[in-house]
Ligand binder design. Sequence first.
Ligand code: P6P
Length: 344
Amino acid sequence: MSGIKTLGQFIIEKQADFSYAKGELSRLLRDIGIAAKIVNREVNKAGLVDILGDAGTMNIQGEGQKKLDIYANTQFISALTSGGECCIVATEEEDDFVRIESPVSKNAKYIVCIDPLDGSSNIDVNVAVGTIFSIFRRKSTEGTATLADVLQKGTEQVAAGYVIYGSSTMLVYTTGKGVNGFTLDPSIGEFCLSHPDMKIPQDGSIYSINEGNYVHFPEGVKKYIKYAQVHDAASNRPYTSRYIGSMVADIHRNLIKGGIYIYPTTASSPNGKLRLLYECNPMAFIVEQAGGRASDGFNRILEIEPNELHQRASIFIGSEKMVRMAEGMMAAEYVEKIATIQSA
Ligand code: P6P
């Protein structure tokens, strides 16, 4: 395997970057990689085995769960349990956090927040889906970890990553020292370094948003969409609209090509749709580490104080110049609202 660097080799090599590291985080990332390979196998067989379609259950969000949602959730919890480095898993598919209690997890010090299979509405139509994970070190030092160990700001993450099950399967992660991408080579069953030191272009010409919700968008978002559609060759406009319906796939494309992904407040999601702990925070950590920007339109995502497990947030994430432009239009709307109130 000359010239190939596997995920495992890379993790061990980078472990030296952390003086405190005794291998626990390395083993935790290994465990996630193992579960991702198992989920990938089922995603790739979907359609051939009875893994498509609805599970007939709802998650706490009131969303219908797909069979593959449940399968992926089970695989990641199982891998994290047998790996012994994780004491709590907070997952989109469980109402409450899952405390990992096994003889090997007795001194586990990591918390994993995860969306086991994001974009699962796309599974039945063979469109890319993904896994998103966020890793914290528990803050409590005695007894068993509690909800307070889970509800940490995004700035406290020690690692974050996603897996995209697309034309190829990739695992992209950061531990706060840049972003690296690994492509699964099925012939050897290993994730191999394929995208070292990923950097998002500072500007771009792709915008990703579900324009079907246009009438319910904040005025600042409406203004940004109209700005994106103006013909102005000097600024590469009109931009291209690309919306896959899988956050992982849309953000992965924007990470490579440049672009902005926006999920603002809408009538059906007055606090935004995406979940702070296991969607917004990890993707914000990754994009910031790649040189991009992520906010809720006003505040840095990573600085938002979580109050509950499945807390939602608006998200504007991607190329720094594009996010700043959209934030400027959100701020202008806010200033206009204040002026209107004051002049009333
Ligand atoms: P809508 C998938 O359910 C998800 O959480 C993201 O992956 C995706 O970008 C978004 O929701 C799609 O939501 O309301 O546009 O269908």
